[in-house]
Design a protein around this ligand. Structure first.
Ligand SMILES: Nc1nc2c(c(=O)[nH]1)N[C@H]1C(S)=C(S)[C@@H](COP(=O)(O)O)O[C@H]1N2
Ligand SMILES: [Mo]
Length: 256
């Protein structure tokens, strides 16, 4: 089901007003405090937490998305750049799947995810033939990078609902990506912008730790890209953590 043109236009105008607004507001005003290296993150911030059911990973702790100013901007090398509001996303054809998210830290958890497929957005914006890559940015200054083709694969969902409810702030409200064949860090939360590009950009964790841009889960290997680009084998059928085995050998990077 396509969102009516009228709605696209309304949101296209909204993008302009957002752009005008952001020109007035100094960059980073919303997240003036940087808690990345802070041990005492205020309780109300979204932050790393090990839950029995589903861990939370948040590289840049923040207060969550403010829906007053949230919109999804889709542009770059496309015929029709658009802006969509939260309600517009529910006009897209929904799919549901149960799949597991696997973090490079060797925990995993599964959930029922509901959302739309990337082709819904592709149909609307009509990428140029040169647009072979996609760059996704989020409200917590996280960013990811994909080949366009990867996002069109089966079981890749732009997710609005988790286990029968709207995504919680911890798990990426209002919009996150689920790509089960990629490590957790590729499954970007709090999405605000999707750009079609002719070059491949890097992602947050390849710039901040020993992780690859690609992030494809390889059976029999711990990380897709470990130190010295040497894949680490799975020990005894279980994934083990490099840092558990060689204490002091290398410094532990931030949580990935
Ligand atoms: N915007 C954003 N997306 C993100 C992250 C993040 O810090 N910010 N962490 C990633 C990592 S490392 C993992 S393992 C998963 C964890 O998802 P969860 O917090 O819903 O369990 O989210 C990924 N997506
Ligand atoms: Mo992760």
């Amino acid at each position: 089901m396509d969102t009516p043109l009228k709605s696209d236009r309304r949101n296209f105008l909204k993008i302009f007003s957002l752009a005008a607004l952001s020109a007035l507001v100094p960059k980073k005003a919303a997240s003036a405090v940087d808690f990345r290296n802070d041990k005492n993150i205020p309780k109300q911030y979204i932050q790393n937490r090990d839950n029995p059911d589903f861990h939370i990973r948040s590289a840049n702790p923040f207060m969550g998305v403010d829906m007053q100013s949230w919109g999804l901007a889709i542009g770059g090398r496309v015929k029709n750049p658009i802006g969509l509001g939260y309600e517009d996303l529910f006009g897209l054809k929904m799919h549901s799947q149960v799949s597991r998210l696997k973090c490079v830290e060797c925990w995993s958890a599964k959930a029922k995810w509901e959302g739309f497929r990337f082709e819904e957005l592709v149909k609307k914006v009509q990428p140029d033939p040169s647009a072979k890559f996609v760059y996704i940015q989020s409200a917590d200054s996280y960013y990811e990078s994909f080949a366009l083709e990867e996002l069109l694969r089966p079981r890749v969902l732009f997710v609005l609902r988790m286990n029968g409810q709207s995504l919680s702030p911890d798990h990426g409200f209002p919009l996150r990506l689920i790509a089960p064949f990629k490590y957790g860090y590729k499954n970007i939360k709090y999405i605000t912008s999707i750009k079609f590009l002719d070059t491949r950009k890097r992602n947050y964790w390849s710039n901040s730790g020993p992780y690859s841009v690609d992030g494809t889960i390889q059976p029999g290997v711990d990380h897709p890209l470990d130190f010295n680009k040497k894949p680490l084998p799975i020990n005894g059928g279980e994934v083990f953590h490099y840092f558990d085995e060689r204490p002091g050998n290398v410094s532990k990077p931030e949580d990935g």
